[in-house]
Design a protein around this ligand. Structure first.
Ligand SMILES: [Zn+2]
Length: 92
């Protein structure tokens, strides 16, 4: 079972990103998903994960089951009047 957790700073409370991995698996550098515009170089194997804002120590918060979102394509917009517009126009 995959889990996801927020990587939060002890000092400033900034959430640097999320860790995604197996429940009892090892944490790897590719497990870290930084927030947009993460200001530091991404951690490499053996590096200590630090806060993206202040460089402080981090902890995992809000550990939860990871549900991968399935993105469905949005159908193209239809041209012309929407159906039912005539009915509404007659009623008024
Ligand atoms: Zn911080």
């Amino acid at each position: 079972m995959k889990v996801i957790a927020d990587v939060k700073c002890y000092h400033c409370g900034f959430i640097s990103g999320q860790l995604v991995g197996e429940q009892n698996g090892r944490i790897r550098p590719e497990s870290f998903h930084p927030v947009d515009k993460y200001p530091r170089p991404l951690p490499r194997s053996g590096d200590i994960l630090r806060c993206g804002r202040c460089g402080g120590p981090v902890y995992l918060e809000d550990v939860r089951i990871y549900h991968k979102r399935i993105v469905e394509p949005i159908p193209p917009a239809r041209r012309g009047r929407p159906r039912g517009a005539k009915t509404l126009a007659k009623a008024s």
